[in-house]
Ligand binder design. Structure first.
Ligand code: SF4
Length: 397
């Protein structure tokens, strides 16, 4: 368990502060940042260029986890802009703004209907922090509250589609919406009988746990979870993010009847070692979070060249880490979230990568559950980088 006080030395009791007031204290400019982290004039100039492309927004709580003397600090890399973000083409290959193909499945009103049984609603484009590795980097931080106004329309779409079994309320970070707005959103889904459960994707337990110290939010979630099962997929990437405050935030969700699952991303310079991955999964179990997914970093513009780990390296890393984990820690799946669907990276056979397609895009259901075999290459970091070496087959054939 880590609890450091380094970059700001504020000595605040985070349990007792007003989260809305605290949000106004977020670090959003390079000048403010330079009062906490040593930056020389050249660095300041360079970081401004990056922050102009993708805004900076760092809660003081999260900034406080950084060791200001360590330029390689993982929390620093996750939150503070780097000039590597200006690289749009390099050794790792092409990049794109929309690697998951979200835009193709946009049904309007913030709804993405990618798989028959799941609908995702983009409820907000605001987050308490703008993570440097975000795969929705093209969207977050933009001024647009249209999706909030349209949530009722999105709920009507879901009600008319009985094949939809679950809804993911996503963003941005939906838990950063005012509690009353969230209440209206949840109410509009509450009585849709074909929905088995609701997910609210949120990084607040990690970067802004103070939001979960607000009793009115916890009361809302407790009430809803009694009616319909509620899950919070969250996103811890490094053991230094596991603190007394994040544990308290998770415990409050758990006491509200919410199941908390973690969806990490494998990131170069952050968690690309056996020790860090093992410590992360073990630490999650210690605070009551289920390791669920470890995503391969997507080929996103201004993300890939800084953070992506080649698959040939990643597959060994994950296998070696799993050898040190008990059954619950190694339950997570190593995943490629691809335009064609979700693929589990099962492992390697010599120089071949074995994958299983878990979900398929609409109209291609026959691809679901098929196995794929690809040739590993030195730098290949995405499915499309790896040559296909034999016919795909399905489990039923
Ligand atoms: S909280 Fe999630 S959506 Fe928001 S910037 Fe971070 S990774 Fe992206």
């Amino acid at each position: 368990m880590y609890s450091t006080s380094t970059a700001t030395d504020l000595n605040i009791n985070w349990l007792e502060i007003d989260w809305q007031e605290e949000l106004k204290q977020n670090i959003t400019s390079v000048e403010e940042l330079a009062t906490h982290i040593p930056l020389n004039p050249t660095e300041k100039k360079e970081l401004k260029k990056v922050a102009d492309r993708h805004p900076m927004n760092i809660p003081r709580y999260y900034l406080d986890l950084i060791d200001p003397k360590d330029p390689e600090d993982p929390i620093r890399k996750l939150s503070i802009p780097s000039t590597d973000e200006l690289i749009v083409a390099g050794a790792m290959g092409e990049t794109t703004g929309d690697p998951y193909g979200d835009d193709k499945h946009d049904k309007g009103n913030g709804i993405l209907h990618k798989y028959p049984y799941t609908a995702l609603i983009v409820a907000t484009e605001y987050c308490s922090m703008y993570c440097r590795h975000c795969f929705r980097k093209r969207m977050v931080g933009l001024e647009n509250d249209q999706t909030v106004q349209n949530f009722q329309q999105a709920a009507k779409y879901i009600a008319k589609h009985p094949e939809i079994k679950n809804v993911v309320i996503s963003g941005g970070d939906p838990l950063m919406l005012p509690t009353e707005t969230l209440r209206k959103m949840l109410d509009s889904l509450r009585n849709i009988s074909h929905l088995n459960y609701i997910r609210i994707g949120s990084r607040t337990p990690v970067v802004f746990p103070m939001r979960l110290f607000d009793d009115s939010l916890i009361d809302l979630l407790t009430d809803f979870a009694r009616h319909k099962p509620l899950y919070v997929p969250t996103h811890f990437n490094h053991p230094h993010e596991i603190t007394d405050e994040s544990r308290e935030a998770v415990q409050r969700l758990v006491r509200a009847g919410v199941t908390v699952n973690n969806q990490a991303v494998l990131l170069r310079g952050i968690n690309d070692s056996v020790e860090t991955l093992t410590e992360l999964m073990d630490g999650l179990l210690q605070i009551g979070v289920n390791p669920y997914y470890l995503y391969q970093c997507m080929p996103v513009e201004r993300v890939r060249h800084q953070f992506q780990v080649p698959l040939s390296e990643g597959v060994d890393l994950v296998d070696n880490a799993r050898r040190k984990m008990d059954g619950y820690a190694k339950r997570f799946k190593f995943i490629i979230g691809h335009d064609i669907g979700k693929l589990e990276i099962c492992g390697r056979l010599g120089d071949k990568l074995i994958l299983k397609q878990l979900h398929a895009r609409p109209g291609h259901q026959e691809e679901s559950s098929r196995l794929l075999v690809r040739q590993l290459t030195d730098n290949g970091g995405w499915l499309d980088d790896l040559p296909e070496i034999q016919h795909n087959w399905s489990c039923s054939s």
